[in-house]
Design a protein around this ligand. Structure first.
Ligand SMILES: [Zn+2]
Ligand SMILES: [Zn+2]
Length: 130
């Protein structure tokens, strides 16, 4: 089915791009495979994939929604200057969930953590002029 093929192509692209692409970036990449696909189709399918848990929307501020092909819980870094989102190779502290649950009585499922600052390129000014 055509819709399924498009969705699978979109999912493949998000998983392949480790940079947490925005819908526009996914669109640019998917068009190499399916030239006639529309931006609206990409948006719609990303939403469906996020709803079914196959991609994870990257939370936090900003108006651009980014998508993550890795749905295991992990920490992120967001550059204040260029907005790119990187994965942080730091084990997720599940003890924090337990401590907060014990303190508050809330049923904690997980937590999301995002570090902010300047990426390496922005620190050296390589991307600062954009
Ligand atoms: Zn940056
Ligand atoms: Zn990530």
């Amino acid at each position: 089915m055509r819709n399924t093929r498009q969705r699978e192509a979109i999912l493949r692209v998000v998983r392949r791009m480790s940079c947490h692409p925005t819908a526009d970036e996914v669109y640019a990449e998917v068009r190499k495979e399916i030239p006639c696909i529309s931006l609206g189709t990409v948006y719609r399918n990303l939403k469906v994939l996020a709803d079914t848990g196959e991609v994870a929307p990257v939370g936090g501020g900003g108006t651009l929604h980014r998508y993550d092909g890795c749905t295991d819980n992990h920490y992120h870094f967001r550059c204040d200057l260029c907005g790119r989102v990187l994965d942080i190779e730091e084990p997720v502290d599940t003890g924090l969930d337990r401590r907060v649950a014990a303190q508050t009585g809330l049923a904690i499922r997980c937590h999301a953590l995002e570090f902010h600052g300047l990426c390496k390129e922005c620190q050296t000014g390589e991307r600062g002029a954009e």
